[in-house]
Design a protein around this ligand. Structure first.
Ligand SMILES: *[C@@H]1O[C@H](CO)[C@@H](O)[C@H](O)[C@H]1NC(C)=O
Ligand SMILES: *[C@@H]1O[C@H](CO)[C@@H](O)[C@H](O)[C@H]1NC(C)=O
Length: 610
């Protein structure tokens, strides 16, 4: 009876999760917008694959040339070097709600800059190597606060560098070289700006001191500039800052700070409210277990309850009820009834099953993972395996507390960590709600993951793959953000279908040769490293259907010397550390070498990370 109750609750929770996910799978008609765009272009022979009636997005690169897709949404247009000209239909671009990258480098566009400033969500705007000309209005970029990279180099732009460009706070890279810009170089508000090139223009005056970290080649070819980078001392100017000016500035700054605090306060209140009524399952990660604290909206539950009250829940009360088997009593001893009586909340669904947070009457909160494809072993062998897992003790390894065995379903019980998963902090709402991880914290997490993995490799040295499912959604963050590895050691337990759900089975050796090895874990470690530095969602997590092929992306940036541009804006600020970030990126690449022979071994990887 109790089992039946638990199952019914699980089913209801599951169905409400699906309802919550439905709107995320809806996609607009990006193909129509693209066809409209194509119509406005001249010499568009390179876009022959853009034809009505075919799917624009099919995989991360899209089935139409030049697209970057996430699911069925176009997130990027990379139409570089295609010989395109004509006008660019910005209305069509504006219809593409998911568009964040627009690049038409090295084509033959002419005329003044089109109205891209209507595309307020753009993060990357690349117009380099065309024949654009004319002034760019000073306020052009005012509504483009999301911009991270702006490349206008090798055109014929004239006039001053637009003032609004200098106020983009998210700006990471700005390439204006080889144009005809005049006037002074503004001081940029963005603290994250780490790539700047204004060389070969007609700029004049003093180089702002805030740009002192950029070298001579960023400024060369502007005969009117002065400052130490270009080797001309600026003529000393009399100090004109009067006392009243200083007061005015101080007053404005204070006012600004107060306003800022009020806004932050409102945002926090608002977010708090929103959190109560929404399922916190970040978009784009519907297939992954995301360990986030969520609260079930009472209303939804009622509604679902009444809507489903007629449906039959299979009566599991008749099958024999096995007990909960404790394998680790560090957090106390409890039984199946303690779990049944408690309320369960969905945390997420992964390829192996679903996770729930269960707060027991005793006050202890645990995570229950419900596994469906774990049918490789009979009860006794399963018991022996999981008891072995229960003996593990390492500061970076989450040891299971208990399990429950049923013929076609197993439950695993773990300690709950309220900081959630690494994925939640890198890609999910954790990042927006102030849980953004700074550089020292990321270093600590990478180290902890490597150490935990090293421990598993020594404990399970004879296994095909000691962890087997290392990815950011399976790294939980404890207090102080020390990482805990979870979902490891399942390899012997899973049936063939279940094995396909392990991340180790998405490695190149698994895809090409249908084998996994201890170095498959090293590959997974490498993906996490790249993901932590770039905060790009690896397509490797989703069979290439979603996200970026992060390995290829980082490797090609290295080969072009652009690796600094990849770093997450949230950590780019730690400027003295850019060198060590790049080193760690390189370790990530060595860990993700396609061939296991060339890939680092676990010990080497740990040594290099240390
Ligand atoms: C520009 O595109 C042409 C093809 O249209 C290509 O041959 C050339 O290498 C590209 N130049 C640069 C600098 O990317
Ligand atoms: C800036 O651009 C010029 C011209 O393309 C190039 O020679 C120089 O190396 C660039 N400098 C930097 C720091 O990117």
């Amino acid at each position: 009876m109790v089992v039946a109750r638990l199952s019914r609750q699980f089913l209801l929770l599951l169905s409400s999760t699906f309802v919550a996910l439905l709107p995320l799978t809806f996609s607009g008609s990006d193909s129509e917008a693209l066809l409209k765009l194509k119509k406005s272009l001249a010499n568009a022979g390179a876009l022959d694959s853009w034809v009505p009636g075919s799917a624009a997005c099919n995989g991360p690169k899209g089935s139409w040339r030049g697209l970057v897709c996430q699911g069925s949404t176009v997130t990027g247009l990379r139409l570089d070097g295609m010989g395109l000209s004509g006008t660019i239909d910005v209305d069509a671009l504006a219809d593409m709600s998911g568009l964040s990258t627009f690049s038409v480098e090295n084509n033959s566009f002419t005329g003044t800059i089109p109205g891209f400033n209507r595309l307020g969500a753009l993060k990357v705007l690349s117009l380099s190597r065309n024949q654009f000309s004319g002034n760019i209005p000073s306020e052009y970029f005012v509504k483009m606060g999301a911009l991270r990279k702006v490349r206008l180099s090798y055109n014929k732009f004239t006039g001053e560098i637009p003032d609004s460009l200098s106020h983009l706070t998210n700006l990471v890279g700005l390439h204006l070289q080889n144009n005809r810009f005049t006037g002074r170089i503004p001081s940029f508000d963005s603290t994250n700006l780490n790539s700047l090139n204004v060389s070969n223009n007609r700029l004049a005056g003093e180089i702002p001191s805030s740009l002192s970290k950029f070298g001579a080649s960023s400024f060369a070819g502007n005969p009117g500039l002065c400052g130490k980078q270009v080797g001309f001392q600026c003529p000393s100017t009399p100090n004109t800052t009067s006392k009243t000016n200083m007061f005015l500035v101080a007053f404005m700054v204070t006012l600004g700070v107060i306003l800022f605090l009020v806004i932050i306060f409102c945002v926090i209140r608002w977010r708090g409210k929103k959190q109560e009524v929404s399922e916190v399952i970040p978009s784009g990660s519907s297939n992954d277990a995301v360990e986030v604290p969520i609260s079930m909206p009472a209303k939804t539950e009622e509604r679902t309850n009444s809507a489903c009250s007629d449906s039959k829940v299979p009566d599991q009360g008749k099958t024999s009820v096995a007990e909960l088997v404790m394998v680790n009593d560090d957090k106390g001893v409890f039984g199946l009834t303690d779990l049944m009586k408690a309320s369960a909340e969905v945390l997420g669904n992964g390829p192996l099953g679903s996770s729930y947070r269960v707060r027991m009457a005793s006050g202890v909160t645990v995570v229950v993972k419900r596994m469906r494809k774990m049918n490789a072993l009979g009860n006794d062998a399963f018991d022996a395996e999981v008891k072995k897992l229960g003996t593990l003790r390492h500061p970076n390894v989450l040891t299971p507390l208990a399990y429950h065995y049923r013929k076609d379903e197993k439950l695993f019980v773990y300690e709950y960590h309220r900081n959630g998963s690494l994925l939640y902090h890198l890609q999910g709402d954790g990042r927006q709600s102030g849980g953004e991880l700074d550089w020292p914290t990321r270093v600590k997490i990478v180290r902890g993951i490597a150490k935990g993995l090293g421990y598993l490799h020594s404990e399970f040295s004879s296994r095909d793959v000691p962890h087997g499912n290392l990815k950011s959604s399976n790294v939980l963050l404890g207090p102080d953000y020390n990482p805990f590895l979870s979902e490891y050691g399942f390899h012997p337990l899973l049936d063939i279908e279940g094995l396909q759900g392990l991340f180790a089975y998405k490695t190149p050796e698994a895809i090409q040769k249908h084998t996994v090895c201890p170095k498959s874990d090293v590959y997974c470690l490498g993906i996490i490293i790249l993901e932590m530095l770039t905060v790009e969602r690896p397509s490797q997590y989703d069979d290439g259907n979603d996200g970026t092929d992060i390995v290829q992306w980082v490797a090609s940036a290295f080969s072009e010397g652009r690796q600094a541009e990849l770093l997450d804006t949230a950590i780019e600020g730690s400027r003295n550390s850019v060198g060590s970030m790049e080193k760690l990126l390189r370790v990530g690449l060595l860990c993700t070498e396609t061939s296991p022979e060339k890939r680092l071994g676990i010990e080497e990887a740990i040594r290099m990370i240390e």
